[in-house]
Design a protein around this ligand. Structure first.
Ligand code: OXT
Ligand code: ADP
Ligand code: MG
Length: 599
């Protein structure tokens, strides 16, 4: 920006009185004593420990992205903002620090907004920072470049939304965004930075002083002792207790205490999808393989960081042993959650424990009688019996070797590879590709399984994989339905550009759920559910210098995955699956209003 423009900005904002000096020496002097909006944004983020920015450059944030990189922030530039947003959100989940997504105005902002809404829904801390157009023009709807009232549009989809108009407010804006994202129930925050903010210059000392290093951004929330005691009393009265661990428990990073609580009480537990691995899935108290037995049979259920939403049939109905679709099954519930409003959202919560999971679990451990009794043996034996039966059934399916491969024979390979590489992240999306992977592939460590979450959203695959590789620094294995992969597939270029150790396995059954659907009307167009048959997804990775492999047998898949992990090269394995192997919507067929075709 030239000096005239800079003075005009200062005059417009009233930020600083015009400097009387003239000439090049005076100008240089002025510049060393002033700081602009670009720098203040960067300094504010760095001051708060932000290290990585996920985004897509363009007007008006191109220079911001350049300068961020110049200032030592890691800027990961994507092909589409939605994927950058998903990356930011999962980085937030993995680290407990808000993940940052940077976008341009209107269309870029809207592309990022889906990810912001998804972050809020999943309770992931994320900040979407978007450049925006000139307020005066937007507010009078005079047709600015990419005009949109972004703040108003973001608000309903975010936990909080802020706009900064003056350079001296950047520190406050960033601090508020960080606090809002990570304190209490985490969520997505929108931060609107109009184009005019970036070149605003203010006195450097004033600017530096205006920055805020957020102290204790996610303060512990200690549960009330009587609430803890009420929960322990209820658990002690149970004949068939069950613990359900949700992704809130994984997020809380209280892994050791959670494990101690589970083991000390001896209560069987069910991990929700993204809580798999919080304790190893092979743990003897894990009841995953007896899910449909333990839910209706349990008499007291303790939810730790899990909501009674659709994934748990709202805590009622036949899943829980209720006599009809909406009937209460008779269970009593303990719910540990940071949000006081969560309790009673679906069924009565008899013992809510409000606080952060780390503090709540520690308080429970502190109050547990040291010689606490274990659940009755009949309960544990009955679960063990179901588990043994289901595991044997699963082993039988896994042992088969059909041609073409089915989900089981392909995922049997992934299961072995994950077992041998427990530090690897497993990203997973699709329908059958999701549900079978969840059941077949055991997880061994916390926060390693990253999937479609609360919304069952397709498109998280490559964004999550990139974030896991960049922030987590470990090998990533992404198991993708062919439809699911298509939502973010272009990001394989990003994976190659940054040379990330991501091995994408596309379970390719030629379509959404199945590849053998036909046009109901008998016309020439293909069914809305199918894709080009025999598509060569692996060539997409080859196009950008990565490794592409076509795998038609478990042996080929195993060799390709082993090599991907050994070499850490970007790899895409096109694993050909029987196009008749899937079912409509995977395990959630019943949610289809009119499932017209049963397989
Ligand atoms: O107890 P029982 O006997 O019931 O058995 C259970 C366990 O006990 C047992 N089990 C085990 N046995 C032995 N050993 C072990 N270790 C073991 N572990 C478990 O296995 C069974 C099942 O266990 P599970 O999974 O725990 O239990 P269950 O009953 O399934 O749990 C219920 C749920 C609800 C918790 C669970 O099903 C769940 O988490 N579901 C999530 C479902 C989900 O989110 N699906 C994604 C959305 S589907 C649909 O919406 C799709 N779309 C539309 C679309 C979306 N989503 N987004 C956007 C932006 N646009 C459009 C699309 C387009 S999916 C989709 C693409 C699909 O095509 P793809 O090509 O990508 O994928 P394919 O289907 O592969 O073709
Ligand atoms: P899942 O899908 O795995 O069942 P949900 O996303 O439904 O998990 O639930 C996560 C819950 O965890 C939310 O209700 C959220 O308020 C809660 N939560 C998130 N972080 C914490 C934390 N640090 N302490 C306590 N509760 C938390
Ligand atoms: Mg498919």
């Amino acid at each position: 920006m030239n000096e005239t423009a800079s003075v005009a900005v200062k005059a417009a904002t009233g930020a600083v009185a015009a400097t009387p000096k003239t000439g090049s020496v005076a100008e240089a002097d002025r510049q060393t004593h002033e700081i602009d909006g670009f720098q203040l944004v960067i300094d504010a983020l760095k001051l708060n420990g932000i290290e990585t920015i996920f985004g897509v450059p363009g007007i008006p944030i191109t220079d911001l992205a350049r300068k961020m990189q110049g200032a030592g922030l890691r800027v990961i530039s994507f092909r589409h903002e939605q994927n950058a947003g998903y990356a930011a959100s999962i980085a937030g989940f993995m680290t407990g620090k808000p993940g940052i997504c940077l976008t341009v105005s209107a269309p870029g902002f809207l592309n990022g907004l889906t990810a912001l809404a998804n972050a809020t829904t999943n309770c992931f801390p994320m900040i979407l920072i978007s450049g925006s157009s000139e307020r005066e023009i937007v507010d009078l709807q005079q047709g600015d470049y990419e005009e949109m009232d972004q703040l108003a549009i973001a608000r309903p989809h975010a936990k909080a939304a802020f706009r900064v108009l003056h350079a001296e407010d950047i520190g406050v804006g960033v601090a508020r965004a960080i606090r809002a994202a990570v304190s209490g129930r985490p969520g997505g925050v929108y931060l609107d930075l109009p184009a005019k903010l970036f070149p605003q210059s203010i006195d450097a000392a004033i600017g530096k002083n205006s920055l805020i290093e957020v102290v204790d951004p996610a303060p512990r929330q200690i549960p009330a002792p009587d609430a803890v005691q009420r929960a322990l009393d209820l658990l002690a009265s149970a004949k068939r207790p069950l613990i359900i661990l949700g992704k809130g428990a994984a997020y809380a990073q209280a892994d050791a205490d959670i494990r101690t609580l589970v083991e000390k009480t001896g209560i069987p537990y069910l991990p929700m999808s993204m809580a798999k691995g919080l304790l190893p899935d092979t743990h003897e108290q894990c009841a995953s393989a007896a899910r449909s037995y333990v839910l209706p049979e349990a008499d007291v259920v303790m939810l730790i960081g899990a909501r009674l939403n659709w994934l748990l049939s709202q805590g009622k109905g036949k899943t829980w042993g209720g006599k009809s679709a909406k009937a209460w099954g008779g269970q009593k519930f303990v719910q540990i959650d940071i949000s006081p409003q969560e309790a009673d959202s679906n069924v009565r919560i008899d013992a809510p424990v409000v606080g952060d999971i780390g503090s709540c679990v520690a308080a429970m451990l502190g109050a547990l009688a040291s010689s606490g009794s274990k659940p009755p043996a009949e309960w544990l034996d009955a679960i063990r019996e179901r588990k043994t039966r289901n595991v044997a059934k699963m082993a039988e399916s896994l042992a088969k070797n059909p041609t073409p491969m089915n989900y089981h024979s392909a995922l049997n390979v992934v299961r072995d590879i994950v077992k041998a590489n427990p530090d690897a992240f497993l990203v997973n999306e699709g329908a059958n590709a999701l549900d079978h992977t969840r059941a077949i592939v055991d997880m061994y460590k916390p926060r390693k399984r990253l999937d479609v979450g609360t919304w069952g959203v397709m498109g998280i695959g490559m964004g999550y994989s990139i974030a896991a590789a960049v922030v987590g620094g470990e090998q990533v294995i992404a198991v993708e339905g062919d439809s699911a992969f298509g939502f973010s597939g272009m990001e394989v270029e990003t994976i190659c550009r940054y040379d990330l150790p991501v091995c994408v396995v596309v379970l390719n059954n030629n379509g959404v759920y199945r590849g053998d659907e036909v046009n109901f009307g008998g016309g020439d167009d293909p069914s809305p559910l199918v894709f080009v048959k025999g598509a060569r997804y692996e060539k997409l990775m080859e196009a950008f210098g990565g490794v592409g492999v076509l795998a038609r047998t478990p042996a080929e898949l195993r060799a390709a995955m082993d090599e991907a992990i050994r070499s850490r090269k970007p790899t895409l394995i096109n694993a050909v699956i029987d196009e008749k192997a899937g079912t409509e919507s995977g395990r959630i067929t019943s949610l289809n209003p009119a499932a017209t075709k049963k397989h």
